[in-house]
Design a protein around this ligand. Structure first.
Ligand SMILES: O=C(O)c1ccccc1NCC(=O)[C@H](O)[C@H](O)COP(=O)(O)O
Length: 213
């Protein structure tokens, strides 16, 4: 089955709705400029609601080493997602020292970026192909040209993000074969305000797209 990450959740009701709808991953954004920002303390409380079968992803943007460790120990996510141009060495160090799964977002505008993303093989556990950063590093609700991924022989686990909605996610899966899809803005009624009906519709649309390898 295609994995589903619902990102930028910030209330108990929407966390529960995403879990009930069948999300495989729940994302918490810890980045103050974002309308989806949650404090580490709130993220820890929300995290406690998530059952063991659903993975918790903590999004961070260029934290200092001590901040990163504090964030990890407070929230205890299953996965840390990097969104701020962190170096390969830094991400590999976090993965090793904290023993946590790590993902790296890659903004895709051209094929050459795909080739450059090969440097993450063996350094992080998954790359998340997203639209290029705008005002925010992520969560901008913008799609990128999925055809950039045509014929690409993925050398490591990956996920698709960027402007995915209940209306376009089945087409995105068919076009790219994404093993895991991620949405944030596409299941919101306003920036930072998640909509339970849209979360359910997104998860249903992914399932309707059928199983993927
Ligand atoms: O969502 C945010 O506000 C955000 C802020 C800072 C760094 C990353 C952020 N989101 C990262 C995600 O994984 C989003 O789900 C991904 O970029 C897709 O977002 P969208 O295009 O809105 O579906």
């Amino acid at each position: 089955m295609t994995g589903i990450k619902i990102c930028g959740l910030s209330t108990p009701e929407t966390v529960d709705a995403a879990v009930d709808a069948g999300a495989t991953h729940i994302g918490f954004v810890h980045h103050e400029p974002s309308p989806r920002h949650v404090s580490l303390e709130d993220a820890a409380k929300l995290r406690a609601r998530v059952p063991a079968g659903t993975k918790v992803v903590l999004l961070t943007v260029k934290l200092q080493p001590a901040e990163m460790e504090h964030a990890y120990r407070t929230v205890r996510p299953d996965i840390v997602q990097f969104h701020g141009g962190e170096t390969v060495q830094w991400m590999a160090m976090v993965r090793k020292l904290l023993g946590v799964e790590t993902w790296r977002a890659v903004g895709l505008q051209e094929k050459a970026t795909l080739d450059r993303s090969r440097k993450f093989v063996g350094k992080v556990d998954r790359v998340l192909f997203d639209a290029p950063a705008k005002a925010l590093p992520g969560g901008n609700g913008v799609t990128f040209q999925w055809s950039i991924l045509d014929g690409y022989d993925h050398p490591m686990p990956w996920a698709l993000a960027g402007g995915l909605t209940p209306d376009n996610v089945a087409e995105a899966i068919a076009a790219t074969g994404a093993p895991l899809v991620d949405t944030s803005s596409g299941v919101e009624s306003a920036p930072g305000v998640k909509d339970v009906a849209l979360i359910r519709a997104f998860c249903d649309a992914v399932r309707s797209a059928g199983p993927k390898d």
